[in-house]
Design a protein around this ligand. Structure first.
Ligand code: NDP
Ligand code: MG
Length: 402
């Protein structure tokens, strides 16, 4: 894809001026949480509980977990509730169907849309929110992997803003602090290495679901936990960083940092390197995405104490033993529909692994097979990208025999 190195943080800076949030006459900003019942969604509600004088959740959505959503509704009394699949409670005014995400994201009383849906299913709501000029606090990295150029162009065109929730990208945003693109030499994303960091390649190939779900440093939803074990998550994050900050792929590196204390680095052209550190809690980047460019006091995150942290270590990635990383970065570099295919094939392969239908070591084989089979598919428009996404899902399902 054509790269515009001058685009670093332009997308987010533009949003600062035009975001609906800053124009709101309300004293508290209205937040729509898409994926409220998930790991990021529930962390966000804990942040909002502490920041109740600044923010209020006016819309909450879930996929199918009626009970968890009903408990949140009882606690927060949001104006809008959406359930994508399943039966809404009798007598409730909940909305249903996939369109409820868009309805939640575009409401007049919503200033900030926290997109914490998992997978490409989050894309339409991001697009709708940006078209409506909202701030999107983006946890749903798949949005940028499927349609990064379209999404960042929309953010720029309608005065909306895109602020990352992903801890690495939040770290980079904080380190960049508005520096010019020509001052940046390299972005370095840190990776915990996941549960198989020290395992042999043979052992990784036959790892069980229980092994793969044991993430050493983060508590997260099951899909991203498996992505962290394969290192697909880091490939998704390299693509996400490329689109968010406009940095070419050959200036984005990954280093393994098992303690997850340094969330990423920015190396500047004069050789100076800035890093952002903090205890591994997603509540920090969630709050920053809501308040950026300001910082507000928050007493919810454990005190940072360097003395008790122990030693911080860094290692090179074992690229050969974790093929999902290079497959994803190559897909990003290839442009067109490749990263949409990579993402969709990975989503389906992970579903099959979670359901016990394929082995851990088969995930990259299915993804690579989809990338090869669909390499000619166009990525020229949103419709073309969605067609590539659908074809990749079909390809992997057919390989698995479904
Ligand atoms: P979870 O699986 O814990 O939660 C996903 C949420 O999205 C749930 O509320 C779920 O509803 C809802 N959901 C699932 N599928 C759909 C769908 N098809 N349409 C609408 N809603 C849906 O995921 P996480 O919170 O871990 O991750 C969410 C996003 O944030 C992902 O993109 C992930 O990569 C990203 N992220 C997560 C981090 C983390 O620490 N967890 C860190 C950085 C990024 P229900 O409960 O009803 O199933
Ligand atoms: Mg991350």
């Amino acid at each position: 894809m054509a790269v515009n190195p001058s685009a670093i943080v332009i997308h987010v800076q533009r949003g600062q001026e035009g975001a609906a949030a800053s124009d709101s006459p309300r004293t508290r900003k209205g937040v729509a949480i898409l994926g409220a019942t998930g790991s990021i969604g529930t962390s966000a509600l804990r942040v909002l509980a502490r920041q109740a004088d600044r923010f209020t959740p006016v819309a909450l959505t879930a996929h199918a977990n009626v009970d968890a959503l009903a408990a949140q509704v009882a606690r927060w009394r949001p104006a809008f509730v959406g359930l994508v699949r399943g039966v809404v409670p009798r007598g409730s005014n909940w909305s249903s169907g996939a369109e409820c995400l868009i309805a939640a994201a575009t409401r007049d009383d919503v200033d900030i849309v926290l997109n914490a849906v998992v997978g490409a299913a989050g894309l339409p709501a991001t697009l709708a929110a940006l078209r409506a000029g909202k701030r999107v606090a983006l946890a749903n990295k798949e949005t940028l992997v499927v349609a990064g150029s379209i999404v960042t162009a929309l953010a720029a065109a309608h005065g909306g803003s895109l602020v990352p929730v992903d801890s690495e990208h939040s770290a980079i945003l904080q380190c960049l602090a508005g520096r010019e693109s020509h001052e940046v030499k390299r972005l370095v994303l840190t990776a915990s290495g996941g549960p198989f960091r020290t395992w042999s390649a043979d052992r990784i190939a036959t790892a069980t679901l229980a092994d793969a779900l044991k993430h050493p440093t983060w508590q997260m939803g099951s899909k991203i936990t498996i992505d962290s074990a394969t290192l697909a998550n880091k490939a998704l994050e390299v693509i996400e960083a490329h689109h968010l900050f406009g940095v070419p792929y050959d200036r984005i590196d990954v280093v393994v940092h098992p303690q997850s204390i340094i969330h990423s680095f920015v190396e500047f052209v004069d050789g100076s390197v800035l890093a952002q550190m903090g205890v591994p809690s997603m509540e920090l980047p969630i709050l920053f995405a809501l308040t950026w460019p300001e910082r507000v006091a928050d007493n919810g995150v454990p005190q940072f104490d360097p003395v008790t942290l122990g030693t911080l270590t860094f290692e090179a990635v074992r690229t050969f033993d974790f093929p999902m990383l290079a497959l994803g970065i190559t897909a990003g570099q290839s442009g067109g529909s490749a990263s949409a295919v990579y993402n969709a094939a990975n989503e389906v392969a992970v579903e099959h692994f979670l359901a016990g239908r394929i082995m851990f070591g088969e995930i990259p084989l299915h993804v690579e097979s989809a990338l090869v089979a669909l390499r000619e598919m166009s990525g020229e428009s949103l419709d073309a990208l969605l067609a590539a996404d659908a074809a990749a899902r079909h390809h992997v399902n057919a390989q698995v025999g479904l």
